[in-house]
Design a protein around this ligand. Structure first.
Ligand code: AP5
Ligand code: ZN
Length: 216
């Protein structure tokens, strides 16, 4: 099964993707994670996108389509893919359709996660992540059980915060979401693939809604 998690920054796409990976053995393809990895490796691509990402703007369609094409080419889709943060524009959505079709694959569901703006800003400004395993935390709603130690992998003092998780960049990311990405809701509705879940509940409640949307 190949699915898209579609939603504004902070909606919980990454959090829910990790649950789906554990439960279903699916593979997550997150263009945001790939771009942050490129930055961490100091590659030319990483240097090119650093400032664009920090201020909350979108990188070019060409770059992200290339990253996804590379992953699909190397067989990532064999286990079923969760597309997270991609596609984000109509040209990216068209390109994904073509890439999947060329591999004889299809998209099964698009899960739209709805959360209001004030909650999104609170989520993103409180977020931190384990640099060792990628587990996502929050200052208020999801703290590690032992201060400074990752629940998942046990790494100590490995927590990192993203350069774009400040209110100014977040407002830009929200603006870009409504302008460039929200048209995809209608695009996938018209294809009969869209299911909308309330992303405002607790993490486990949202996971339950997603399970239902995938299995119906
Ligand atoms: P990307 O990495 O994709 O970031 P994003 O879309 O802004 O999404 P986030 O990672 O911020 O949020 P999320 O929905 O995954 O939330 P999470 O689960 O972490 O993109 C970053 C940048 O890369 C872009 O701005 C752009 O520059 C570039 N880029 C990437 N893809 C691109 C593309 N396709 N085209 C062009 N440019 C691209 O949760 C957030 C917080 O909330 C966490 O602290 C979590 O613990 C908490 N939380 C989660 N669920 C709940 C809940 N149910 N209740 C309470 N708290 C919760
Ligand atoms: Zn960890």
């Amino acid at each position: 099964m190949n699915i898209i998690l579609l939603g504004p920054p902070g909606a919980g796409k990454g959090t829910q993707a990790r649950i789906l990976i554990e439960e279903r053995g699916m593979v997550q393809l997150s263009t945001g994670d790939m771009l942050r990895a490129a930055q961490a490796s100091g590659s030319e691509l990483g240097r090119k996108v650093k400032d664009i990402m920090a201020r909350g703007d979108l990188v070019t369609d060409e770059i992200v389509i290339g990253l996804i094409a590379e992953q699909l080419e190397s067989g990532a889709a064999e286990k079923g893919v969760i597309f997270d943060g991609f596609p984000r524009t109509l040209p990216q959505a068209d390109a994904l359709g073509e890439l999947l079709e060329a591999k004889g694959l299809k998209l099964d569901r698009v899960i739209e996660m709805r959360v209001d703006d004030d909650e999104l800003i609170a989520r993103v400004t409180g977020r931190f992540t384990c640099g060792a395993c990628g587990e996502v935390y929050h200052d208020v709603t999801k703290r590690p059980k032992v201060e400074g130690v990752c629940d998942k992998c046990g790494a100590k003092d490995s927590f990192v915060r993203r350069a774009d998780d400040n209110e100014e960049s977040m407002r830009k990311r929200l603006f870009n979401y409504y302008r460039d990405t929200s048209p995809l809701i209608g695009y996938y509705y018209a294809k009969g693939l869209l299911r909308t879940v309330n992303g405002l509940g607790a993490i486990e409640e949202v996971a339950a809604e997603i399970r239902k949307a995938l299995d119906e």
